[in-house]
Design a protein around this ligand. Structure first.
Ligand code: ARG
Length: 585
């Protein structure tokens, strides 16, 4: 197999239209050829509409000129339609040749379009001594999928798990643990399904209560904060133990979700502690951070509050402490200067939009964030319960992530077992896990990320509709056809005419790379989900209309090649979403 790039047909058509524009209207040279897939032809160009005014023509007349200029090109048929659309059909042999070239490539002919773009992806970032909740599910899944997609396109990915592992709350928690040596929270002391993070979450709440009720405890807690910040050994050791135990429970979730994050990717807030002073000094020296009411702040030059005054970013609080804002200033500086990032992605919920807008603005003013670097907040909406209200347990508590995953896997098991009651228990376990976890991930990734969505397990694990299970199942069906064919792969014969359903499937297969580029630009994995769903449906239409196994050669081989490429594209697409594609289910 090769790793040669295969330019998609849409790309060939776009260059041909561009050349036609250049040749017939040199004054429009370089204009966008506006080529899209179309229901009326293989492709359509709407360039005449966008460009006619610029040369004082009617779109129809410009389109006529372009059609004539295109006629000499490699296309079977170019037709003018309506007030100026160009309908373009590509020759059949060219479509088959695309299929052969993609099959011959171990990366399906997809170009390395993000080569050497060093991209830092900040995702997951749960808080130490707190339970991971449904909000962290989204950042973890979306961030992981973007990491996979951009990496496949050649970007150099640096994953950063910006754990919330620092802050005054740790003084309180450590003090409380010290005064309650019987409290159980280490994983080896816990029984049942409670995780260390969850036990610590409870103890933290108890500590908070005592802090509010007992001024003496509050004082001892404050002293602990000072001890922690000055690196006092026993306090630091206890803090480290808390971090490690929490991270271990997060790790269980990461393993279950099959995400790429490793312990090396954990670079929490505490990591930036030693950089805060120099970061702040730089901002003060540049006149960007200013004193205001005993605090040090950066007033935005772009955003004003409801009363018309500039919105501040808190660099140092009145009590002298540093918070979330300060750390993120040091973080962005570090990622640009030390990690040498060319693109910075922050995957957090949309409620943090203002925070990141202010951080990016400050970084730009400080000269860290230049035009050579892109910084983007990859924002997402809220997960709602099936009733469309904020997601809570029946008792009104937060839903534990592990419980949620267990539940999805359980439902998937029921559905899979119903379809195939004879399945061996070990297979059932494996497939239910792949289907249940895949279902949760797909449901999350397939909705436009800025939107809220309702977490509805019954819908997620359904074998029909736009679900992960449907796509996994579509893939297994094609695999089973290929197993039945069981003969050696034959080369495609490009001289064979294409039935409409074959043509539609082939053109969709050819558009995989275009879809990935689109996701890389927009950072919207739902576009890949939508593509895979369309592909699976095009395959179904093809399979209903065209015999495969019983077709005569060479048609049979050509059709098997379409099956093969569809299976590989589905499997690869799912893997870029972080979803497994089992052989059978
Ligand atoms: N720990 C934060 C939270 O739970 C998310 C951190 C996101 N990353 C960052 N660099 N601020 O909301």
């Amino acid at each position: 197999m090769s790793n040669h790039e295969v330019l998609p047909l849409s790309g060939h058509v776009a260059s041909a239209v561009s050349e036609a524009i250049d040749r017939s209207r040199p004054d429009l040279a370089g204009a966008d050829p506006v080529v899209r897939r179309s229901e009326h032809a293989d492709f359509q160009s709407n360039a005449a509409f966008a460009l006619a005014k610029r040369v004082g023509m009617r779109p129809f007349d410009l389109a006529t000129e372009l059609a004539t200029a295109l006629d000499g090109e490699q296309f079977g048929c170019v037709e003018l339609s309506g007030p100026g659309f160009l309908n373009i059909m590509v020759p059949e042999h060219a479509i088959w040749e695309q299929m052969s070239a993609r099959l011959a490539s171990d990366r399906l002919g997809i170009a390395v379009s993000q080569a050497e773009r060093r991209t830092v992806i900040d995702y997951s970032a749960p808080n130490i001594a707190k339970e991971m909740h449904v909000g962290h599910l989204r950042t973890t899944i979306i961030g992981d999928s973007l990491a996979r997609i951009l990496e496949f396109l050649g970007a150099e990915i640096v994953r950063q798990n910006h754990l919330g592992d620092w802050g005054t709350q740790f003084g309180m928690l450590i003090q409380y643990l010290d005064e309650h040596p019987d409290a159980t929270w280490r994983h080896d002391e816990l029984t049942g399904k409670t995780s260390a993070a969850s036990a610590l979450d409870d103890l933290y709440k108890a500590a908070r209560k005592e802090f509010d009720a007992d001024p003496a405890f509050a004082d001892r807690s404050r002293a602990r904060v000072v001890a922690l910040q000055s690196g006092e050994p026993t306090t630091t050791a206890r803090w480290q133990e808390i971090v490690d135990e929490s991270e271990n429970s997060f790790r269980d979730i990461y393993n279950r979700l099959d995400v790429l994050l490793t312990p090396e990717d954990s670079v929490g807030e505490s990591f930036y502690n030693s950089m805060l002073t120099s970061t702040i000094n730089e901002l003060v020296d540049a006149g960007i951070a200013v004193e205001s009411d005993d605090a040090l702040v950066i007033f935005s030059e772009e955003v004003t509050g409801p009363d018309g005054s500039a919105v501040p970013l808190m660099v140092r609080k009145r009590d002298g402490g540093y918070g979330y804002d300060t750390t993120d200033l040091a973080t962005i500086r570090y990622r640009i200067h030390d990690l040498k990032a060319k693109r910075l992605l922050y995957v957090t919920d949309s409620r943090q939009a203002l925070h990141f807008q202010l951080i990016f603005e400050a970084a730009r003013r400080a000269g860290w964030l230049t035009d050579a670097v892109d910084a983007e907040h990859v924002a997402y909406g809220t997960v709602l319960g099936p009733d469309g209200r904020p997601f809570k347990t029946r008792a009104g508590g937060t839903v534990r992530l592990m419980d949620l995953l267990d539940n999805a896997v359980e439902r998937a098991r029921t559905i899979v077992a119903e379809r195939d009651p004879g399945m061996a228990p070990a297979d059932l376990d494996r497939i239910a896990e792949a289907a249940g976890i895949g279902a949760v991930k797909y449901a999350d990734l397939s909705t436009s990320r800025v939107k809220d969505y309702a977490f509805d397990v019954d819908h997620m694990v359904s074998f029909t509709g736009n679900t992960g299970v449907y796509l996994q199942y579509a893939h297994t069906r094609i695999r089973s056809i290929l197993r039945k064919a069981s003969d050696a792969e034959m080369p495609i014969d490009p001289s064979i005419p294409l039935a409409p359903a074959e043509r539609a499937l082939a053109l969709e297969l050819d558009a995989f790379g275009t879809t990935l580029t689109d996701v890389a630009d927009t950072l919207e994995p739902h576009r890949l989900c939508g593509y895979l769903y369309d592909l699976a449906r095009d395959f179904t239409t093809f399979y209903e209309a065209c015999h495969v196994l019983s077709a005569a050669e060479p048609l049979r081989s050509n059709r098997l090649a379409l099956c093969q490429l569809t299976a590989r594209t589905l499997e690869h697409g799912l893997s870029l979403l972080g979803i497994k594609a089992p052989e059978r289910m």
